[in-house]
Write a protein that binds this ligand. Structure first.
Ligand SMILES: *[C@@H]1O[C@H](CO)[C@@H](O)[C@H](O)[C@H]1NC(C)=O
Ligand SMILES: *[C@@H]1O[C@H](CO)[C@@H](O)[C@H](O)[C@H]1NC(C)=O
Ligand SMILES: *[C@@H]1O[C@H](CO)[C@@H](O)[C@H](O)[C@H]1NC(C)=O
Ligand SMILES: *[C@@H]1O[C@H](CO)[C@@H](O)[C@H](O)[C@H]1NC(C)=O
Ligand SMILES: *[C@@H]1O[C@H](CO)[C@@H](O)[C@H](O)[C@H]1NC(C)=O
Ligand SMILES: *[C@@H]1O[C@H](CO)[C@@H](O)[C@H](O)[C@H]1NC(C)=O
Ligand SMILES: *[C@@H]1O[C@H](CO)[C@@H](O)[C@H](O)[C@H]1NC(C)=O
Ligand SMILES: *[C@@H]1O[C@H](CO)[C@@H](O)[C@H](O)[C@H]1NC(C)=O
Ligand SMILES: *[C@@H]1O[C@H](CO)[C@@H](O)[C@H](O)[C@H]1NC(C)=O
Ligand SMILES: *[C@@H]1O[C@H](CO)[C@@H](O)[C@H](O)[C@H]1NC(C)=O
Ligand SMILES: *[C@@H]1O[C@H](CO)[C@@H](O)[C@H](O)[C@H]1NC(C)=O
Length: 605
């Protein structure tokens, strides 16, 4: 009995296997798994070296990944008219014949990534009117030829990263008016394929990553008016953007990260008034200047991580009323003043951990806004002053805050009067040392109350000292030193009187040459950088010598005229004058008078 039961069980087992086998894979190609209900043929990783025959005609998804296919011949898949998705990635394809995919009129997605394609002939993709997604990434394609994608009018997304692309022909993308997303990552392109891109009028997202770009020239993306998201990342040689490089774009999101930009590209950005997201992380940008991002009215997020940022100037985010996220972690910022923002009420997320923060009055606003601000789990920590070093912002108790987050007003230490009288040509130093917490900055104003810079004849030295070289009469006056920090400012006034050489102080209308000199040196004083033009003594001597030679020629002339006049004869001392008065009333004096006619003639000798 036992043996009979075993036999029966074995019989049923075999029948079941056959039924299941028929149901699952009966009409399927050898070595593939077909799931008839889902219309999937799974032929992945089956050591196939050619496309298997016998795949059911109604299959909608054919997966041939991870095999050893080497070429695709003409009309390779012609029987599979219902195919929606074809995956050929991870094979060893080196060639695709023209019209290889002809007949796949319903195909929506074609994946060819991770093969060894070096060139794709024009016409390879013909007969694919409905393909929306094409993946040719991770191949060895060197060039995109003209009209290569022409017969894929429905293409919406093209994934072309990680090829050896060195050239994209100017009409390579022609016919792709519906393309919305293009990804060119890790190619060997060294310039933007401006002509080719200008065909992609429907493009919405463009990703350029790991390219050898060195610059973005003017009008790089003209015609791409629909582009909303541009990502240019990991371009270590990209160090400049031409002023009009982004002209014609209307972006909402821009990423320019991991490049070599040394400044925020203010002028290329300024027309992007719909920009909401800006990422400039990992560029060597040290400062965000004030008032230069004000045109980006709708900006909501700025990421500038790992950039070596030293300073965000007051007014940097002025006008940005919707600015709610600032991500400046891993920089070298000592502080972030509230005056940088248009309004901190809009700010919700602030990442500025990983900065050498000085916990003083300038960061008090952050503590006050803590209940509304999110640090996204990375609370910033104090680095100075030493007594709170290492403490995170969350650590402080309410009572401690006013005690820790304080500043000491700037105070000038060198208060004794500095009144200097000197002669023209000397060098004068004025001292202005100050202390305070945070360390104050020192500026000097000249007698006309404009700020003196660190260069020129009259300049401010790094230690706060004012240096006047080759002092000139015009430099005389009161100079003002202002030391200021977050807690306030302090100032002192010093005076300088420069005595000129006697000749140079005369100011008579006759001495035109001195006025001329005075004019020239005045120019030099205005342009501090101009060195003193010429020596006064030399000028006076030169002019005097010129004048002496002029006088001697005049004297010679006079002597000559004297001798010439002596050689002439006697001179007459008589003259004859005739005149005819017209009015009768004046007719008096000697001679004939005619009252009727009112006319007379008189002669005097
Ligand atoms: C397809 O077949 C491979 C190899 O047998 C297997 O690893 C994979 O899970 C299958 N995929 C599906 C969707 O069944
Ligand atoms: C094809 O099969 C591989 C392995 O099973 C899988 O990783 C891949 O996602 C499949 N392709 C598609 C388009 O489903
Ligand atoms: C492309 O760049 C990669 C990496 O820099 C390099 O290995 C490859 O040889 C380059 N290809 C060409 C065609 O220049
Ligand atoms: C880009 O255009 C601007 C404005 O037209 C011009 O001043 C600048 O010189 C151009 N730059 C280059 C590299 O052509
Ligand atoms: C980045 O720019 C700096 C100067 O601005 C230059 O010294 C450096 O070599 C550049 N880096 C690269 C990778 O080109
Ligand atoms: C720019 O984009 C914004 C939003 O994406 C849109 O509202 C606006 O009309 C666009 N402007 C132009 C000139 O295309
Ligand atoms: C800030 O930037 C870093 C680095 O790019 C990123 O990991 C992090 O998610 C960003 N934080 C926020 C809040 O966006
Ligand atoms: C500041 O520097 C200048 C030149 O480097 C020096 O002559 C001057 O003494 C310095 N002033 C002070 C107050 O140290
Ligand atoms: C100095 O402080 C006063 C008020 O405290 C302020 O009005 C003035 O603008 C400040 N000057 C500078 C140069 O910071
Ligand atoms: C020189 O004379 C002119 C008028 O002739 C006068 O305006 C000017 O102030 C004088 N300059 C000096 C330094 O006396
Ligand atoms: C004065 O300096 C300005 C810029 O600093 C320059 O354009 C101008 O040519 C200079 N004038 C003279 C006379 O050197």
């Amino acid at each position: 009995m036992c043996v009979a039961a075993d036999w029966r069980r074995l019989y049923w087992w075999v029948v079941l296997q056959w039924v299941v086998g028929m149901a699952l894979s009966a009409p399927c190609a050898k070595r593939c798994d077909c799931l008839p209900k889902l219309l999937i043929a799974n032929c992945s990783s089956r050591h196939l070296s050619s496309v298997p025959s016998g795949v059911p005609d109604n299959t909608q998804m054919l997966n041939l990944t991870g095999n050893h296919l080497k070429t695709l011949s003409r009309r390779q898949f012609s029987g599979l008219t219902q195919l929606r998705e074809l995956d050929l990635s991870g094979n060893e394809l080196t060639g695709i014949e023209v019209e290889a995919f002809a007949g796949l009129q319903y195909l929506l997605a074609l994946r060819l990534s991770h093969n060894r394609l070096k060139i794709i002939p024009v016409g390879a993709f013909s007969g694919l009117p409905n393909v929306q997604f094409l993946d040719i990434s991770q191949n060895e394609i060197l060039v995109f030829l003209d009209d290569m994608f022409r017969e894929m009018p429905s293409l919406q997304k093209l994934e072309a990263s990680e090829n050896d692309l060195v050239f994209i022909s100017s009409r390579a993308f022609s016919g792709l008016a519906n393309l919305q997303e293009l990804n060119l990552d890790r190619c060997n392109l060294t310039s933007v394929p401006i002509e080719a891109l200008s065909q992609l009028t429907g493009l919405v997202q463009l990703r350029f990553r790991r390219l050898g770009l060195t610059t973005l020239p003017n009008n790089s993306f003209r015609q791409l008016g629909r582009l909303r998201d541009l990502q240019v990342t990991h371009c270590p040689w990209l160090d400049s953007l031409a002023a009009n490089s982004l002209f014609g774009l209307n972006l909402t999101s821009l990423t320019l990260s991991h490049c070599n930009l040394s400044a925020v590209p203010y002028s290329p950005l300024h027309h992007l008034v719909y920009l909401r997201y800006l990422d400039l992380s990992y560029n060597p940008i040290t400062t965000i200047l004030s008032n230069l991002l004000g045109d980006l009215l709708r900006l909501q997020e700025l990421h500038l991580v790992g950039a070596g940022l030293l300073r965000i100037e007051p007014g940097a985010f002025r006008n940005l009323a919707f600015f709610w996220l600032l991500n400046v972690s891993e920089n070298r910022l000592a502080t972030l003043e509230v005056s940088a923002f248009h309004s901190v009420a809009a700010l919700e997320v602030l990442r500025f951990d990983g900065n050498p923060l000085a916990c003083d009055c300038r960061l008090l606003w952050v503590m006050r806004r803590c209940p509304w601000l999110r640090f996204e789990g990375r609370s910033p920590a104090c680095v100075t002053p030493v007594q709170v070093q290492g403490r995170t912002f969350g650590d402080f108790t309410e009572a401690e805050i006013p005690r820790v987050f304080t500043c000491r007003q700037a105070r000038i230490l060198t208060r004794k009067p500095q009144d200097v009288r000197t002669e023209e040509g000397h060098t004068v130093l004025f001292f202005c040392a100050a202390d305070g917490d945070p360390a104050p900055s020192i500026i000097w104003l000249n007698p006309k109350r404009s700020v003196l810079t660190g260069s020129g004849r009259i300049r401010t030295l790094a230690n706060g000292t004012l240096e006047v070289r080759y002092a000139q009469v015009q430099d005389s006056g009161y100079y003002l030193c202002i030391a200021s920090n977050a807690a306030g400012n302090d100032s002192i006034s010093v005076s300088l009187r420069v005595r000129g050489f006697p000749a140079s102080t005369r100011n008579r209308s006759g001495s035109f040459f001195l006025e001329g000199w005075s004019f020239a040196s005045g120019q030099a004083a205005v342009n501090g950088s101009q060195p003193f033009p010429f020596d006064v003594k030399t000028l006076v001597i030169a002019v005097t010598m010129g004048f002496l030679s002029f006088l001697s020629s005049v004297a010679v002339c006079f002597i000559f005229m004297f001798f010439w006049s002596q050689s002439k004869g006697q001179i007459k001392h008589t003259a004859t004058i005739n005149f005819v008065p017209r009015s009768a009333a004046t007719a008096s004096g000697g001679g004939r008078t005619t009252m009727e006619t009112g006319r007379f003639t008189m002669k005097l000798i």
